[in-house]
Structure formats: structure tokens, C-alpha cells
Design a protein around this ligand. Structure first.
Ligand code: SF4
Length: 311
């Protein structure tokens, strides 16, 4: 079984080696904008889903072949639901100086043991979408035992205890959390959590629910200015990678697309292929029915027909 995918180009992390620690699709949320479809197991119970030693051995092999900018704990859902994710962080730090990133929805930091497990990550990237309970519930369709107050308190406590970098991702969905009131509430809340950066994102890949609509660039820009110096827009920029995965291009590409939809330019950057070569490669996979093409927000994405994948 393979626990590691990529490296894949990431808008925020450069070339990111993904680590998939969670059975598809297990999450504390069932977000409208999720790029990997509806949650099938909505839970807040952490479990040792995969053998930590095998995961670390696989990461070590992959790092030797490709030099990623980051090793990213993502998973087919929420990675903090893996009860041994601290062992993965610590194990990776023993074998490489590559920064270890925890990409999380941030919903479980109210638990002391989850905060403790995350402390050695170099970067933690939690998500926040609203200062209002109703909006939070509408966007994330969370597990019934979760509420916004406990999650925000968890993030504030994490900030006090955690010495690494905290990048707060604010995902904006048109018509749901982009009103003046919502944006003002988010700014106040983000100020209380006090992250190192505020990363503004929107629905950039085909979402689980078609009611999730992206914000246009101008509105995102207005919101960035309103949020101030710490804010940056991470939605929509072409991603760049170094392209090292030369063996089994089709297999490697399928592996990546299974985790998240990719644009032709992402594939080109990651695999160091010309756009013509990308077209040739995906044509074979399209004909065999492994992937399909979908237009979203004026861009073409390739999507797996064998869903599995990430946060
Ligand atoms: S976007 Fe992330 S947090 Fe939301 S349902 Fe998908 S995997 Fe879970």
C-alpha cells in the first residue's frame, strides 16, 4: 500500500511530498468546497489507521528520489484523525531537513493530545471560514459534537503553545461568507488567533457541492487589503514544481490525480513535460477511463474516476 504521493505542485508550499494517513474519505467535516467529494465517514475519533514505521520508510525512499520543498501531512480527509501523526512528524525530522507541514481543518485542537502531537511540525495550516456558527455549519457540515467556539478556542491555545509557523487559511465562498459582516468577523477572529500569515483562498478546484462558488479576483483583492499586511491571496496562481518523477509517468500522474484534481499546467510543472507531452499522457488515461476532464471556473481539470484522496 502506498502512503506517499507526489511530489505535487502546491500553490503555498512549492513542490510538496504528500503523506496520506487517512482512509478515504474520513473527516470531521463534509465541506461544500471539498475537492475530493462527500465525506463517507464523519468522525472525531482518532485511530491508528496506518503503520507509522512503514509510512516513514516510504517517505525516506521518496525523498531520496525527489527533493521536495515540503513533506505535507494531508490524508484522505483530516490528518489529525490519525492518532500517531506525531510519530510521522518526528520520524520525518530524523531523516531530512525538509520542512514538515500539517495541512489540517483545525477542528480538533481543543483536545490537548492533538495539540501536543502537532508541536514539532514546522508549519501548521488550519482553516477558518466564519465567525458565525450558522455559516460555519453551512460550509463545513461538521460532526455534531463540534462547534465553532470550541474550535476557535483550540486554535488560540495552539497559538500560545506552538512555536512554529501558523498559516491560517481563510476559504471564501461567494454568497456564503463574503459579505461585509462575514469578512469583518473573520478579520477580528483571525486577529485573536494571531497567525503568522493569513492565506486567502476560494473554491479553486471542482467542489463536492455545486453551490460552492469561487470569489472573483477583485473581491479577493479587496478582502486582502482589508485584512492587512499579514494577508496574501493563495488562490488561483499557477503552481510550480521541479519535475523529478520520471519513472512510470502515467502511474505517477494517476497517483497524483487520485489525490486531487490537476490542471494541465500543474502536470507540466510537476513532471517537467511540455504541454504537448501532457496532452499525450492524459489522452491515454482518458481513453482508458482512468480519469475524466472537467471544466471549472474557465479552467480544465483532470479528475480521477477512482476517488480516494486529500484535504
Ligand atoms: S475540504 Fe478538507 S476538511 Fe473539508 S471535507 Fe474535504 S477533506 Fe475534510
Amino acid at each position: 500500500m502506498s502512503y506517499v504521493f507526489g511530489p505535487v505542485p502546491s500553490r503555498r508550499l512549492g513542490l510538496s511530498l504528500g503523506v496520506d494517513l487517512i482512509p478515504p474519505k474520513t473527516c470531521t467535516y463534509d465541506c461544500l468546497y471539498c475537492q475530493v467529494g462527500r465525506t463517507t465517514s464523519r468522525t472525531i475519533k482518532a485511530a491508528p489507521f496506518v503503520p507509522a514505521r512503514e509510512v516513514i520508510a516510504e517517505i525516506e525512499k521518496k525523498i531520496a528520489k525527489s527533493k521536495p520543498d515540503a513533506v505535507t501531512l494531508a490524508g484522505s480527509g483530516e490528518p489529525t484523525l490519525y492518532s500517531e501523526f506525531d510519530q510521522i512528524i518526528n520520524g520525518v525530522k530524523e531523516i531530512t531537513e525538509t520542512r514538515v507541514v500539517l495541512l489540517t481543518n483545525g477542528s480538533l485542537f481543543w483536545r490537548e493530545e492533538i495539540r501536543r502531537r502537532a508541536l514539532n511540525a514546522d508549519v501548521i495550516m488550519p482553516t477558518l471560514t466564519s465567525a458565525f456558527e450558522n455559516t460555519f455549519r453551512k460550509i463545513h457540515r461538521p460532526h455534531p459534537k463540534l462547534d465553532l467556539g470550541m474550535i476557535v478556542n483550540g486554535l488560540k491555545t495552539l497559538r500560545q503553545e506552538y512555536k512554529g509557523q501558523l498559516f491560517l487559511e481563510v476559504v471564501l465562498v461567494a454568497g456564503i461568507n463574503d459579505s461585509e459582516e462575514e469578512v469583518e468577523g473573520l478579520k477580528v477572529l483571525a486577529g485573536r488567533i494571531s497567525p503568522d500569515k493569513i492565506q486567502l483562498n476560494t473554491v479553486v478546484r471542482p467542489p463536492a457541492d455545486s453551490t460552492a462558488i469561487p470569489l472573483d479576483r477583485r473581491r479577493l483583492e479587496d478582502i486582502r487589503i482589508f485584512f492587512g499586511d499579514k494577508a496574501e491571496i493563495v488562490a488561483g496562481d499557477p503552481v510550480t514544481g521541479k519535475g523529478k518523477n520520471k519513472d512510470s509517468l502515467a502511474g505517477g500522474l494517476l497517483d497524483m490525480i487520485r489525490r486531487r484534481p490537476l490542471k494541465p499546467v500543474d502536470i507540466s510543472n510537476t513532471l517537467a513535460l511540455s504541454m504537448e507531452e501532457v496532452e499525450d499522457l492524459v489522452r491515454g488515461l482518458l481513453i482508458k477511463g482512468y480519469i475524466r476532464k472537467q471544466e471549472y471556473s474557465g479552467e480544465i481539470y483532470y479528475i480521477s474516476n477512482q476517488r480516494s484522496a486529500v484535504s
